[in-house]
Each structure stands twice: as C-alpha cells, then as structure tokens.
Design a protein around this ligand. Structure first.
Ligand SMILES: Cc1cc2nc3c(=O)[nH]c(=O)nc-3n(C[C@H](O)[C@H](O)[C@H](O)COP(=O)(O)OP(=O)(O)OC[C@H]3O[C@@H](n4cnc5c(N)ncnc54)[C@H](O)[C@@H]3O)c2cc1C
Length: 387
C-alpha cells in the first residue's frame, strides 16, 4: 500500500472519474466554449452532480469529503485528460472563494460551500483593485459598519469568474491603514450597487471569464464576514511588506493551485509532443534521435511535481508553509514555461490553433501572474530566508 497521499486507491479512482468526465463532457465542447468566452452554468451543475466540485470539501458542508489534495487531483487530471487551464479556472474558483482550512473561517459559510459543491454555484475571490498593485496592504475597497450591515464601496479588477459568480469573497478595508485593517466579506450577486463593469478580453484561459467589478453603497450583512474583522491582516505572517502573500498565507491553495496546473500542463504538452517527435523523420532519421531536450523537460516536470505535491501534502497535514508554497509555485511555473515553449518548437503544428499545445502555451502565461506573481513569490522567499 502506498504512503503517498496523492496515489491512494481512492485518489486513483477519483482520477479515473475525472478523466472519464473530462473526455465526455469537457473536451468535445472546449473549442466552442473558448469561442463563446465562458463555460455554461450547466457544466458546473453536471460537475457538481458527479461529486467533482465537492472534492476536498467536508461532507458536513455539502462536499464529497477528503481534503484539498482531492481538489488538486481534480485540477491535475482535467489537464492531463485534455482539458485546459481555462476550464480549471472557470470551474474551480469556488475552491479559492472560501478558505479551505480552519473551522473558524469555515463555520459561517456552510450554506455557501454547500451551494458551490452540491449545486454547482459559482464563487469568485476579489483582491486585485484597478488602482492597486501586488501590495495588498494598500487595499482601498472600504466596508463601513452600519448597524447589522457593512456598506461596501470600491472596485475590483481581473476577477476570475467575476462575471458569472453567485458570490464574490471580497477583500475590504474595515479598519485603519495597512494589512491589519483588511477583512474578507462575501458579497452576493444581485445586491443593489454591486455590478459587473466589463468582461476582459484575454490572451489565454479563453473559456474563463475575467471581470471588473464595482461596489457602490452595497449593503452586506455582518454575518457575511469570513472570520473576525481584520483577521486577515492580523494573522499575517512574520513578514510585513510583501503584499499579496499577506492574504495568500490564508489561501495557500491560491498558490498551490497554479503550481499543480503548471506541472500538469507541462506533462500534458510533453505527452502530446513525444508521439510526434517519435514518428517524425528529418533528414532520414527520427526527430527523437536528435533531441536531448526531452531529458531536460522530464527532469523539470519531475522536480516541479515532486515539490508541489510534497508541499501540498505538508500544508494539508501541518498548515501553511509560506516560503515552501512560494518556491513550489515558482519552480512549477518555470518548468511549465520552459516546457510549453519547447513543445511548440518541437511539435511543428504546435503553433496552430487546431493543436492542443497551442492552447496550453497561451494558458500557461497566466500562471506566473495570478495567485501572486513570480517576483512577489521571490520577495517572500528572500524575506523569509533573511537575505
Ligand atoms: C487572467 C487573470 C485572472 C486573475 N484572477 C484574479 C482573481 O480571481 N482575483 C484577484 O484578486 N485577482 C486576480 N487577478 C489579478 C492578479 O492576481 C494580479 O494581476 C497579480 O497579482 C499582479 O498584480 P498587479 O497586476 O496589480 O501587478 P503589479 O503589482 O502592478 O505588478 C506589476 C509587475 O511588477 C512586479 N512587481 C510588483 N512589486 C514588485 C516588487 N516589490 N519587486 C519586484 N517586482 C515587483 C510584479 O511582479 C509584476 O510583474 C487575475 C489576473 C489575471 C491576468
């Protein structure tokens, strides 16, 4: 019996379920969904019905049980089975919309989690502001207490699933300046004053909608607060200046998820490309015989996968390890960026829209930006190493 939490019998069965679902329900419609610019709500509902949106969510809140590794396995296998980063982003944003760890944060949002996991509701997480930057301590969207409500004013930029979301977990300033005054508040669609500004046209993730959001005197019940007021800043880690990480330390999944997508994307591109270079002859010899580059690709994918899986397993078992998740993300993103580049180069047809590798090449570009940029991950690493 394996002791690797990623390879248990239950998770192998989960992989088979995801592979079957992706092959039947995702791959045949992917080109059309990219053309339309979003995945239909029906796909969320179907994914929820087979239990995949609830993977990693406790059963008592409507999930299918397990822990966050199950959610990562779903994302990994969607990619390995011919899905895309855009599908993962569009379908699984609920995974970052409500914190995955900590009973204190979980309790007020049981109905919300159940809605996402069981009925295919759509959630989003809004931290990035139009005038803001990677320094989350500067958040200006304000939530002012008024009786049993907060009144929210501000704007958010580049929010994944923002146009379709039933609820948006929004970073708001409830206190004074700096990271200590920041809270998270769940704002539901339909509240007066809460609106989608516009959908943004993107380079990749073409079936995932990304939107600007605006909040004008939006009344939200105090009960929609995630955790205690100001807790997202106060529980910030030992470092105090590295921006996005202050919130992301509560959302390690926000970093581990792109890391998983990165090594899975790289693996998928290599799988697609290897067959091509074995069959292809140039100057009378198989192309494969001329290439040593696949050794480098295999090594990079192996390192990325091992570090991400190890850090994720530790995060689940012991809680957040800020520096390790930052390193895992950067390692996996670097591997992915190298591999997708090489696969387009080797694959001949990899530049063509009809070829799956071309989609992964475009989709991969976001992985070093979303969830905290490569540079900000490096800032975290440098600061925590005391360099
Ligand atoms: C497709 C897409 C989906 C997204 N989805 C979401 C979402 O769902 N929710 C959400 O809240 N946000 C989302 N974002 C926003 C994303 O998280 C931010 O774009 C990202 O964190 C970078 O922030 P910024 O754009 O403000 O860059 P800036 O902070 O303006 O940085 C610009 C550049 O400068 C670098 N830089 C900044 N500070 C430093 C420093 N101290 N040292 C060295 N370099 C530095 C950055 O790394 C970056 O390269 C999304 C973005 C995209 C493109």
């Amino acid at each position: 019996m394996t002791t690797d939490p990623w390879l248990t019998d239950e998770r192998q069965a989960l992989r088979e379920l995801v592979a079957d679902f992706t092959t039947r329900e995702v791959v045949p419609h992917l080109a059309e969904r990219e053309r339309v610019g979003e995945v239909p709500r029906q796909l969320h509902q179907e994914t929820a019905e087979v239990g995949l949106l609830g993977a990693g969510f406790p059963e008592e809140v409507g999930g299918s049980g397990g822990d966050p590794i199950d959610g990562f396995v779903v994302a990994e296998q969607i990619l390995l089975s011919g899905g895309s980063g855009g599908v993962v982003a569009a379908l699984l944003t609920h995974g970052i919309a409500v914190p995955q760890r900590g009973e204190r944060q979980r309790r007020p949002h049981r109905p919300l989690r159940a809605a996402h996991a069981r009925r295919g509701g759509i959630g989003a997480l809004a931290i990035t502001e139009p005038g803001g930057d990677s320094d989350v301590a500067g958040i200006t969207t304000r939530a002012r207490r008024d009786g049993d409500d907060y009144v929210v004013d501000g704007a958010e930029l580049s929010i994944t699933s923002g146009a379709r979301a039933d609820s948006v977990t929004t970073a708001v300033r409830t206190g004074g300046p700096g990271h200590g005054g920041i809270s998270l508040l769940v704002v539901e669609k339909g509240r007066p004053g809460f609106a989608v500004g516009r959908k943004l046209d993107e380079m990749g993730w073409l079936c995932s909608d990304t939107a600007e959001l605006s909040y004008v005197d939006v009344r939200v019940p105090v009960g929609n607060l995630v955790g205690a007021e100001g807790s997202w800043g106060r529980t910030a880690p030992t470092y105090a200046t590295v921006g996005f990480g202050q919130i992301a330390q509560q959302f390690q999944a926000e970093r581990l998820s792109p890391a998983v997508q990165a090594y899975a994307t790289a693996q998928r591109c290599v799988d697609l490309t290897m067959q091509w270079i074995r069959d292809r002859e140039t100057f009378g010899r198989p192309l494969a015989s001329r290439q040593v580059v696949e050794h480098r690709m295999a090594e990079m994918i192996g390192v990325a996968r091992t570090s991400t899986r190890t850090v994720a397993a530790r995060w689940v078992a012991e809680g957040g390890q800020l520096m390790e998740t930052a390193m895992a993300k950067n390692t996996a993103v670097a591997a992915c960026e190298h591999v997708v580049h090489e696969c387009v180069q080797l694959g001949g047809m990899g530049y063509m829209r009809e070829h799956e590798v071309e989609r992964h090449y475009r989709d991969a570009r976001i992985l070093g930006i979303g969830g905290g940029t490569t540079e900000i991950m490096n800032e975290i690493i440098v600061e925590l190493l005391g360099l």
